[in-house]
Design a protein around this ligand. Structure first.
Ligand code: SAH
Length: 278
């Protein structure tokens, strides 16, 4: 399966807002609405009506007034969504990896433009998007056809249809067909069942990165890695604490997401040993 054919080849990233792309409308209270711009279209909210035509051709991050029966409605900010905004707004079946962890995963796994990456499972496609955005060529394995379809749609909607992305209806516990991979990235319950397959499929020095919700699973994964040709294994979590900044009240927000998951990375050791002195 590849990206949907009716999606534009590439999603716009700069320049005026265009018909067909999605914008985030943000009201004064910070409420967000993701809207696809269509000529002649309208966005209705309790606060009033926004004409899409007022936004098509407007600069990114424009303020737009909502029309009200009595006139003089509130204003919205119309902004091209970031990947992180789309991840949180898109339709999801499987739990997505949150933006704070996506960023950390990309850096810890050192994903680079042109990297050959195998990803499993694909879920809703949030991690796929992050990998593709970083320039990787991604093959995804996914056992659920409904998830695969949704992920393909989410990726095409976010990045356009021309990205190097394909999803295979395959169980990664059974094996990995691809060879000479630069990275294997796993977000599924039993990654230790993939460790041997990944060791065969990765190039020497290639990286395995796994995302797991519990530390028990992470420890079991580390045991499997310790038994194989892996070096430089590390496990960490990312805590993000946002702050309230308003006038003289500058302090941490009262609430934070206390737990999402643990990230483990390890590198495939090269086969063979250098003789002493070389
Ligand atoms: N990282 C994804 C979410 C993955 S959820 C995102 O950011 O959107 C885990 C996915 O792994 C589910 O879709 C599940 O169907 C899939 N999965 C579980 N076991 C699998 C296996 N053995 N092979 C391939 N996919 C698998």
């Amino acid at each position: 399966m590849s990206a949907s054919e009716d999606a534009p080849a590439a999603a716009p990233r700069r320049g005026p807002l265009q018909a067909g792309e999605r914008v985030l409308l943000v009201d004064r209270k910070g409420r967000r609405y993701l809207v696809r711009l269509e000529p002649g279209g309208t966005f209705h909210s309790h606060a009033g009506v926004v004409e899409h035509d007022a936004l098509i051709g407007a600069p990114d991050a424009s303020l737009v007034g909502a029309r009200r029966q009595e006139g003089g409605g509130p204003r919205y900010l119309a902004v091209r969504p970031r990947l992180a905004d789309l991840v949180l707004a898109m339709p999801r079946g499987a739990q997505v990896i949150y933006p704070k962890d996506l960023g950390a995963l990309l850096v810890a796994a050192d994903v680079f433009p042109g990297a050959r990456v195998l990803e499993a499972g694909v879920g809703s496609g949030a991690l796929s998007m992050a990998l593709l955005r970083a320039g990787a060529e991604v093959v995804g394995y996914e056992v659920r056809a409904d998830f695969a379809r949704r992920a393909a749609r989410n990726v095409a909607d976010a990045l356009g249809a021309a990205v190097p992305y394909s999803i295979r209806d395959a169980d990664v516990y059974e094996g990995i067909e691809e060879e000479d991979l630069d990275r294997v990235v796993l977000d599924l319950p039993e990654p230790w069942r993939v460790v041997d397959h990944a060791a065969r499929a990765l190039v020497a020095g290639g990286l395995l990165a796994c995302y797991l919700p519990t530390i028990n699973q992470s420890a079991q994964l580390r045991e499997a890695l310790a038994d194989g040709p892996w070096v430089l294994a590390e496990t960490f979590e990312v805590l993000q604490r946002s702050w309230h900044v308003e006038g003289r009240s500058v302090r941490p927000d009262h609430r934070m997401v206390a737990h999402t998951g643990f990230i483990t990375v390890a590198r495939r050791r090269g086969d063979g040993e250098l003789s002493p002195g070389r």
